[in-house]
Design a binder for this molecule. Sequence first.
Ligand code: CO
Length: 434
Amino acid sequence: MNHTQDMLDFLYACPTCFHTVHAVETRLEENGYERLEEKNRWKLEEGGKYYVTRNQASIIAFRIPRKDYTGYMIGASHSDSPSLKIKENPELKGHGYTKLNVEKYGGAILSGWLDRPLSAAGRVMVKEGNRIVSKLYCSEEDLFVIPSLAIHMNRKTNEGMNWNVQTDLCPLMAVDENTDFLSIVSEDLRVRKEDIIGHDLFLYVREKGRVIGRHKDMILAAHIDDLMCGYGDLVGFLNSKDGDSVPVLAIFDNEETGSLSAQGADSTFLADTLAAINDGCGRDAMANRTAIAESFMVSADNAHAVHPNHPEKADPVNQPHMNAGIVIKYNANQHYTSDALSAAVFRMICEKAGASCQVFTNRSDMLGGSTLGNLSERHVSLHTVDIGLPQLAMHSCMETAGTKDTEDLIQAMQVFFSSSVAAEKDDFEVKVSE
Ligand code: CO
């Protein structure tokens, strides 16, 4: 099965981190996974399939093998993408217009947001007596546009713009001064506006992702970073077989703002969940430590393919190409966690899976980005490799990637989640259950 269309549908169903968690939850439920709550003490069964969420924005799923387990095989990715977040008191009125007051979320490329149909999605807190009920929201209408300034009014527009979010990027909502954004939301949700007492709402682009190119070798879609990895990890996880370890699928929010939140990769969510799994299987605390020593993490966040117009921005040798497989990411200063051992383990997994892999390093005179892996190490320290799928235009609101690479990731993660690792002094063994 080629997963391209299914992945594009998944991406479109995930305009915000909350929708990502909801979409993953739905697929887990369809496959017999049971939701657990962090507030409860867990009693887990051999052969059991479970998941837990934190703040609706991060999710961890896992399976308990039919025998005592050796370690955790963790595949991590992120649920959020750069965007424009709608502020409190969201209207800006004047000159016969109503605009929306927004701020930047993460390191967005801003120019892409102009002159295209936009809408709003996220979650809304609704008062019902003493209860605060969380409602997912995604408007199905083209609600806004951020219009460019005509070239006649800025002759320098093609010489590079210095976008100011407060002045240049306010989305236009109506050609009048009395449109009220939260009234639209409350009408859509069929609740009273005064009962909306909290919201996390973001802009999203309305175009569906699509396959492009005569040879249908590329996709153009929103949120390729990092839902392409989230999707590949999820499908690989669902397809994997039981082995000696606990397979753990982790999708974290807030990677784009540095992962530090109650539910990000730099929170206690993963560490707490592993400890709760250990406890829920009736094991003592020390057993969790020994399990972590025989565990492995794949931190999956997309990578830069060599740019067709700017090949000089890539390392002279290590230049990932779209449709050439999974990218192992290296950085000597540990912005990426990959080292000799973790990359070797991952290469062995790819070989067993028949998946192609390639290598990314930054140019030595460029700083580059960072990701989840090294921040997660603060809370659960274990052998980790940083990988991603090659893409272009990272952090644009529409990004480009290859149509083949997701298949490699699915194959590799299916083998990974079916495997366990065994440490023998300084050596390592990768065991794949057949
Ligand atoms: Co990313």
